[in-house]
Design a protein around this ligand. Structure first.
Ligand SMILES: [Fe+2]
Length: 146
């Protein structure tokens, strides 16, 4: 994590969450056990790392009015593979965003129009079969109270 001038943001609090291997979030499951989400803290150098399951594309629920709207507009319900982030640090605006998996078939047709080129990252396959994603979040300074 860094600020607009490139300075590291030490100790930033990062919340990360994603759908599971079946394309569901924990809040969509009976029982409410937390899974595929976590809270971590950046190091003194602003760096962070974590391990998780591979993000995959998933369909949003389309059995209600949203589904009716998608059908009426000829759109599919799928979202390209992504991770969700919320990042908080003193002196900076809270950032809530996604990072999308480059090469996903749905990048150009996200059901909820969330994709921006700057939010697409490479999932680079490693020799052990896992993927490495490197993404440098840039935080805006907090605005002074009006
Ligand atoms: Fe999502």
């Amino acid at each position: 994590m860094r600020g607009l001038d490139g300075e590291p943001v030490p100790g930033a609090e990062m919340h990360v969450w994603q759908a599971d291997a079946e394309g569901k979030y924990d809040v969509q499951r009976e029982g409410g056990d937390h899974q595929a989400r976590g809270v971590l803290q950046a190091g003194r150098d602003g760096r962070y790392h974590f391990r998780s399951i591979l993000a995959e594309a998933y369909p949003i629920p389309d059995d209600g009015p949203v589904g009716d709207m998608l059908k009426a507009t000829g759109r599919h319900p799928r979202r390209p593979a992504h991770l969700h982030f919320m990042i908080k640090a003193p002196g900076y605006e809270t950032l809530i965003t996604h990072v999308f998996r480059n090469g996903d078939a749905y990048l150009d047709s996200d059901a909820v129009f969330g994709v921006r080129e700057s939010l697409v990252a490479d999932w680079v396959k490693q020799p052990d079969g896992r993927y490495l994603v490197e993404y440098d979040f840039v935080l805006n300074p907090a605005r002074a109270a009006a």
